[in-house]
Design a binder for this molecule. Structure first.
Ligand SMILES: [Ca+2]
Length: 437
């Protein structure tokens, strides 16, 4: 029975392999298993069928860099001062190396650690994946649009997109049709090379962040158009990783987690995704901006085919992995996430430890709070019973004025604590490479 599995701590399972697949700007509704009618994701759906799906899972920011900082550190972006929107190529700061990332924690525990994809937490010397706990890195250090969409020669900005191996730029302006395939090959190669020891593979895909690219094998394949082609290639990638684990006999003891870094980028219309039932998308504090798919498969511990409807967040991943692997975190460190292991492995009665969740805008300003089924948004004040009204259509603030005042006071108080104890980013004056044209 699933209930016994939580307590199982046999040596074989003391240090499971960990694979985190983190897509970019994929909407809550952009999976077959979350209801999309024309995008086919059989491999990602398999994670749900053979593992657990969380239906109320949040990222801590509706944009890339803050969301990634929260995942890797277990903290609100504001606590690590990474809350003020995304890192652009000319920026001189990044996540501080004093922070303990998932990779730092697992490497200390004896894991081989690799990052294969989009980094976006700083790209100057000392701010890259090899400085943040990863043994290996292959990918692009910031968003795939920053050379194309944000090219602004009139403002003095014109950037190039580097492709990196470790700390070295191996090419400029890589063929983006091949990014998903290259990240996949690097991940499979990493798993094959480290099959004899515990490993952590972090796979933050560049796609489906615009501009969209699929390889020629996938272009034109999906009934959803290019966006669907891109998602179906990511699904192929997930399948390649699962097949590799199966072939090497590692599947049973490997925890594979699939998530997106924020909601769909709706202004790009057909090139943006869908949040399904949820209102809004990337950059907003509507549920569509911050509620994302979460699937986890780990046959040794997670019962197959469950849906967990408890609230959890990316900030829970670090403390959960520490609990699962026996990894240690400094006792002095303040985290905002909680060990959510019970939500993954228990048979259904486990309750979330997230008592409340703060919403911050893409620029890092406090903009709301969720507690239990209630979500309060600021400016204008709107209150939603989010479990009755998942699409945030019916503002009931007028009927619950005491609750509005209480939640507002709580949000301000919690935010004040984070602000008071915020830890700094790291600024670096020198360049690792010159991103300018
Ligand atoms: Ca993103």
């Amino acid at each position: 029975m699933a209930g016994c599995q939580a307590a199982k701590t046999s040596p074989d399972h003391a240090r499971p392999n960990v694979v985190i697949i983190f897509t970019d700007d994929q909407g809550y509704g952009d999976l077959s298993c979350n209801g999309h009618p024309t995008i086919r994701t059989p491999n990602i759906d398999r994670l749900a069928a053979e593992g657990v799906k969380l239906s109320q899972f949040y990222v801590a920011s509706p944009v890339c860099s803050p969301s990634r900082a929260a995942l890797l550190t277990g903290c609100y972006p504001k606590r690590v001062s990474m809350h003020q929107h995304v890192i652009f190529p000319q920026y001189d700061y990044g996540l501080h190396t004093d922070e303990v990332t998932i990779a730092d924690m697992l490497r200390e525990r004896g894991y081989a650690t690799g990052c294969f994809g989009k980094w976006h937490l700083g790209h100057r010397p000392g701010l890259l994946p090899l400085d943040q706990g990863f043994d290996e890195y292959v990918g692009v250090p910031y968003s795939n649009d920053m050379a194309q969409i944000h090219r602004q020669p009139d403002n003095g900005y014109a950037f190039r997109l580097p492709f990196m191996n470790g700390n070295d730029v191996t090419e400029w302006e890589p063929d983006q049709r091949l990014l998903t395939k290259r990240y996949t090959e690097a991940t499979v190669d990493f798993i094959e090379r480290h099959q004899q020891q515990p490993f952590f593979a972090y796979v933050p895909h560049s796609m489906p962040h615009i501009p969209l690219y699929a390889s020629k094998e996938f272009e034109g394949r999906s009934a959803r158009g290019l966006y669907g082609d891109v998602i179906e290639e990511i699904d192929w990638s997930v399948g390649q990783i699962i097949k590799t684990l199966d072939r090497l006999g590692l599947s049973d003891n490997t925890l594979v987690i699939f998530m997106s870094d924020n909601g769909p980028w709706l202004p790009f219309k057909l090139n943006g995704g869908s949040a399904g039932l949820l209102r809004g998308g990337k950059g907003s504090n509507w549920e569509g901006g911050q509620r994302v798919p979460f699937l986890a498969k780990w046959p040794a511990q997670i019962p197959a085919g469950r849906v967990c409807r408890e609230v959890a967040t990316t900030m829970d991943v670090l403390p959960t992995l520490a609990a699962v692997t026996g990894g240690s975190l400094p006792s002095s460190i303040v985290l905002d996430g909680h060990d959510m292991r019970e939500l993954l492995v228990a048979s259904g009665s486990a309750k979330s430890k997230t008592e409340q969740f703060l919403y911050y805008t893409s620029n890092g300003e406090l903009h709301g709070i969720r507690r239990g089924p209630w979500k309060l948004k600021f400016e204008p004040i709107e209150l939603f019973q989010i479990e009755h009204d998942v699409s945030e259509q019916w503002n009931v603030a007028d009927q619950h004025q005491d609750l509005v005042a209480e939640l507002r006071e709580l949000a301000v108080r919690l935010d004040a604590e984070i602000t008071e104890h915020a830890r700094p980013t790291r600024k670096v004056a020198t360049l690792q490479f010159d991103p300018a044209k």
